[in-house]
Design a protein around this ligand. Structure first.
Ligand code: TRP
Length: 399
């Protein structure tokens, strides 16, 4: 577990000033190369072009399948521990972008179990966030034919048998070494649940390359899952990973947190709130006075509004480079840069919110993305759990 003097990155805690390169050494993932970036379907997304996704495991197999028109899938999930902010939704928009380009399958697990075990919040509250987060994910507009969403406690008929099968492959000492000593036995078991998420597309659709685009703190889950897959007890190949840096927090370095009590931009924020938060809270790389800024210029590298634009919200490389140039030479003021970033983010949220408002009741919308009955059976059979008849007889009888 990388816990050093100056930063900590685990699935359960991200703190301090993160040295992203050192993290790769510790985790054993590889930097994403220029050649690999060039293999992404065109136009290559800015998150890839600009190195926000900066590291990988087995991305080549996924890209080859994508470029050859063979089955390939993405798994990206959400732990519903609270309202979603802009950093949380970015991987989903990235997955949607790839799905539009290559027709890839997208599997989206919601780990309500994980967040109940981890946070000091009642199950009913986690349930409410699950519904709310689900609406935000549905608003992204995935293709229902090619997208499956599972909620751990609502899809336990599939998730549980798979997790049990995979739990048998992981020792307690591996869990302790990978995550630190878990706080309760639920969190000891949870890595098997996330392994079930990551292998689910292959258990449903047959063996094929899967990619997990996630922030680097989730890499331990991928590692545990890859070790399970490597044993070849099941007909799956190791899922690949595309690892990203964290969207900075409004106040400055570190990840945009939902739990630290600091201001962050929520998906439900209206325009006025976005502008207010950026104007009053966003860390600026500008000088203290206009005169000094005109003379010395600002530093886009540490300027949070600039970083928001660079990470995701300004698609055009030409514009983003011009902003950096003008900021450095002092012709663009920090207040002006804030207005540009706030406008972009508010426009993005307007579009997201209007798609969300157009959705019907959450249960109806969710229905079209749920695993079909035959898919549930196939996945269970793949781990040797074939006794589906018992289920159906009970259900019919109870009705
Ligand atoms: N554990 C993730 C989190 O805390 C959520 C998650 C569950 C996930 N299953 C996943 C993310 C599969 C990526 C892939 O945010």
């Amino acid at each position: 577990m990388p816990a050093t003097d100056d930063f900590t990155v685990t699935p359960y805690a991200v703190e301090g000033n993160i040295d992203y390169d050192r993290l790769l050494d510790e985790f054993g993932a590889d930097p994403l190369t220029a050649d690999q970036k060039a293999q992404f379907p065109r136009p290559v997304h800015q998150l890839v072009r600009r190195g926000v996704f900066y590291a990988e495991r087995d991305v080549d197999a996924f890209l080859d399948a994508a470029n050859e028109g063979k089955t390939h899938s993405i798994v990206t999930g959400r732990g519903p521990s609270g309202p979603m902010h802009i950093g949380h939704i970015i991987p989903f928009y990235f997955a949607k972008y790839l799905q539009d380009q290559t027709g890839c399958l997208v599997y989206i697990p919601l780990s309500d179990d994980e967040k109940y075990l981890l946070k000091d919040k009642p199950l009913a509250e986690i349930h409410e966030y699950t519904r709310e987060n689900l609406l935000d994910i549905l608003a992204v507009g995935f293709d229902p034919e090619r997208t499956r969403i599972v909620v751990d406690t609502a899809d336990a008929d599939v998730v549980y048998p798979l997790a049990v099968a995979f739990a048998k492959e992981v020792t307690q000492s591996t869990v302790n070494a990978t995550y630190g000593d878990p706080e309760n036995i639920g969190l000891s078991f949870y890595p098997a649940v996330q392994a079930a998420h990551l292998l689910l597309p292959q258990l449903v659709e047959g063996r094929h390359p899967t990619l997990v685009p996630i922030a680097v703190d989730q890499d331990p889950h991928v590692r545990v899952c890859r070790d399970i897959a490597a044993k070849q007890r099941y007909d799956v190949s190791k899922p690949g990973a595309l690892l990203s840096k964290f969207l900075p927090a409004l106040e400055g370095p570190g990840k945009m947190s939902s739990s630290g009590g600091s201001a962050n931009i929520r998906l439900s924020d209206d325009r006025e709130t976005v502008f207010e938060k950026i104007r009053t809270h966003a860390y600026s790389g500008g000088q203290r006075s206009v005169e000094s800024h005109r003379e010395h210029g600002g530093d886009p590298e540490v300027d949070v509004p600039y970083q928001f634009l660079y990470y995701f919200f300004e698609e055009s490389d030409e514009r983003v480079e011009r902003l950096a140039r003008e900021y450095r030479d002092g012709s663009l003021l920090s207040g002006e840069l804030k207005e540009i970033a706030a406008t972009r983010i508010a426009d993005f949220l307007d579009a997201h919110q209007s798609r969300r408002e157009e959705l019907g009741p959450v249960a109806d919308e969710f229905e079209q993305y749920r695993l079909r009955k035959s898919e549930r059976q196939t996945a269970r059979q793949q781990v040797g759990y074939a006794n589906t008849r018992l289920f159906e007889e009970r259900t019919t009888h109870d009705n």
